[in-house]
Design a protein around this ligand. Structure first.
Ligand code: FE2
Length: 187
């Protein structure tokens, strides 16, 4: 950690920076996954989904910046290279063999839901450490991610929502977070 005149205790700054870096890795990974869907989606709803996925990707790009710059404001080092992220992201790898809109919506809504749950857990965790400002950054991101999840899920009917690529991961992750009372698994 770098020296700073920020009045938060170095112990709190260190813990927050570490948690922010975990979510930063996820956000960088998520951004590439959403772009993967933006480029490769095909089918009758092509233009709607192509544009929706690009909107979500722009939001994730802003979230990456928010997370990284909160880390550096705390005196930490933001770890956002592809090399680091490929080792540290906690998100499931995006499927490369899908093409139609429903498959991409299922895969994306699952990974966005996983990310949303982990961001939400970080709100309470950082607040509990006495770092209300980092908690607020997570809250800001949470509000946008929840909205984007809604926009993705709104394209799926109830049957499609309950199944699909990567759903087991999202469900088990949400289950773990619930059991841990807000996510003891940052990784
Ligand atoms: Fe594009």
């Amino acid at each position: 950690m770098y020296e700073t005149k920020n009045d938060l205790l170095v112990d709190i700054r260190t813990r927050s920076a570490e948690l922010l870096n975990q979510r930063l890795a996820d956000a960088v990974d998520l951004g590439t996954q959403v772009k993967q869907a933006h480029w490769n989606v095909r089918g009758a709803s092509f233009i709607a989904l192509h544009e929706l996925f690009d909107q979500v990707a722009e939001h994730v790009e802003d979230q990456v910046d928010l997370l990284a710059e909160r880390i550096t404001a705390l005196g930490g080092v933001a770890l956002g290279t592809v090399e680091v992220v490929s080792r540290t992201s906690s998100l499931r790898a995006y499927p490369l063999d899908i093409r139609d809109g429903t498959q991409h919506l299922q895969a994306l809504s699952n990974v966005v839901a996983d990310f949303a749950a982990k961001i939400r857990a970080a709100i309470d965790k950082t607040a509990g450490w006495g770092d209300a400002t980092t908690s607020d950054v997570f809250t800001q991101i949470s509000r946008e991610v929840d909205k984007d999840l809604w926009l993705l899920e709104a394209h799926l009917d109830a049957r499609q929502l309950g199944q699909g690529v990567g759903n087991e991961a999202a469900v088990s992750s949400a289950g773990r977070a619930a059991r841990a009372g807000g996510g003891a698994h940052d990784h």
